[in-house]
Design a protein around this ligand. Structure first.
Ligand SMILES: Nc1ncnc2c1ncn2[C@@H]1O[C@H](COP(=O)(O)OP(=O)(O)OP(=O)(O)O)[C@@H](O)[C@H]1O
Ligand code: SF4
Ligand SMILES: [Mg+2]
Length: 338
């Protein structure tokens, strides 16, 4: 297979104004007494206007750290050690203080992992949402605020009767949709939802996924959805980005990624999607992820890869575009490697 375009960025035929988020050579470390944990290593990708991008990978691969660092919310011992993040053309890695605070609420929203469990149990839903809006926009007349909150409920498919309710009176799916409502309340162009469907049963997962699709349709927001469920992601997002041990290993339109995954790790993830029609043996990747404080030279997947070659132990594969808009970091597809 030939390289269509050897470049770390996933450039597609779009103008700069179509790109909401640009992440370039992003690295985040956590300092520990035994050395730095390399949680995100030289990651680059773009998010297009109105696009849903699924960020997927096993536990501990750096999904939450990537999300938090994009929003500059990583706290010590975490530190962004390299790279640049632009949202709507604004370099957020260069901002500080008030400018950063303003950019954060105007340009992006995070629905954190486990958000629905962090709703304040002592506050009515209406007050929690009103607080979020008024913290950033100042006092708003009561009637206007109520209209706005009820409109948010409609956007996320919640009934108006929850306006006066407390979190414990809501189901898990409803609480998760309240968190999505809080995310879209200030109309940011970019929303990152960290595992919005985890800890919900399958039916409710589908409802929350449909809510995400509806708000994309209605509001045209761009979203990064973090998750584990490859099956659900296939139905939800436009492109998937696969991370392994802090590295981006593949990024591709969803059809291309599922029909012809290139990276051996993505292939294993897709082969692991359970099917009711066909009972297949569980596919396991043998070996453990290396210690993130001490990554091996060469490919980070070498200890678990069924196709490992000599070159994989010496040379780190770069993200390259092997099919239109389909990038992977794997020596298998290179014509020759020095
Ligand atoms: N405060 C910290 N100090 C040291 N290491 C940390 C810290 N926070 C996270 N890490 C490490 O960074 C790596 C990435 O963690 P992160 O939470 O981003 O993973 P994740 O992909 O979101 O996992 P999950 O799917 O379980 O939510 C992990 O190996 C984790 O152990
Ligand atoms: S570069 Fe080598 S070890 Fe890494 S995924 Fe490709 S074939 Fe496997
Ligand atoms: Mg996480």
């Amino acid at each position: 297979m030939t390289t269509v375009q050897a470049d770390v960025m996933d450039k597609t035929a779009v103008s700069d104004s179509d790109i909401v988020l640009s992440v370039e050579n992003f690295s985040v470390h956590y300092a520990t007494p035994k050395g730095d944990v390399i949680a995100v290593n030289d990651v680059s990708f773009n998010l297009h206007r109105g696009e849903l991008l699924g960020l997927i990978g096993e536990s501990g691969c750096g999904k939450t750290t990537t999300a938090m660092a994009i929003l500059r919310l990583v706290r010590p011992p975490g530190q962004i050690v390299n790279g640049r993040v632009s949202i709507d053309g604004v370099d957020v890695t260069a901002l500080d203080g008030e400018a950063l605070r303003k950019a954060r609420w105007q340009k992006m929203a995070l629905i954190p992992q486990g958000a629905m469990n962090s709703l304040n149990p002592l506050m009515r839903i209406k007050d929690q949402i009103a607080d979020g809006i008024q913290t950033h926009e100042g006092r708003i007349p009561k009637a206007e605020l109520k209209d706005r909150i009820l409109k948010l409920f409609t956007d996320v498919g919640l009934p108006s009767r929850i306006y006066d309710m407390y979190p414990h009176e809501l189901s898990g799916g409803m609480k998760q949709r309240v968190c999505i409502a809080m995310g879209i309340a200030l109309n940011p162009p970019l929303i990152i939802a960290d595992e919005p469907t985890s800890a919900l049963d399958v039916i409710v997962q589908r409802i929350v996924a449909q809510t995400i699709l509806d708000i994309r349709e209605r509001l045209g927001v761009s979203m990064i959805i973090i998750g584990h469920d490859m099956g659900l992601m296939a139905q939800l997002v436009d492109r998937i980005a696969v991370m392994y041990a802090g590295n981006m290993v593949e990024i591709a339109p969803v059809d291309s990624a599922y029909e012809e995954p290139l990276h051996p790790y993505t292939q294993l993830l897709i082969e692991s999607i359970p099917s009711i029609k066909e009972r297949k043996p569980l596919k396991l990747t043998e070996g453990l992820t290396h210690d993130l404080r001490n990554p091996p030279p060469g490919c980070i997947f070498q200890f678990r890869c069924p196709h490992v070659m000599d070159v994989c132990k010496k040379v780190r594969p770069q993200m390259k575009e092997y099919k239109p808009n389909h990038l992977a970091a794997c020596h298998l597809y290179e014509e020759s490697v020095e």
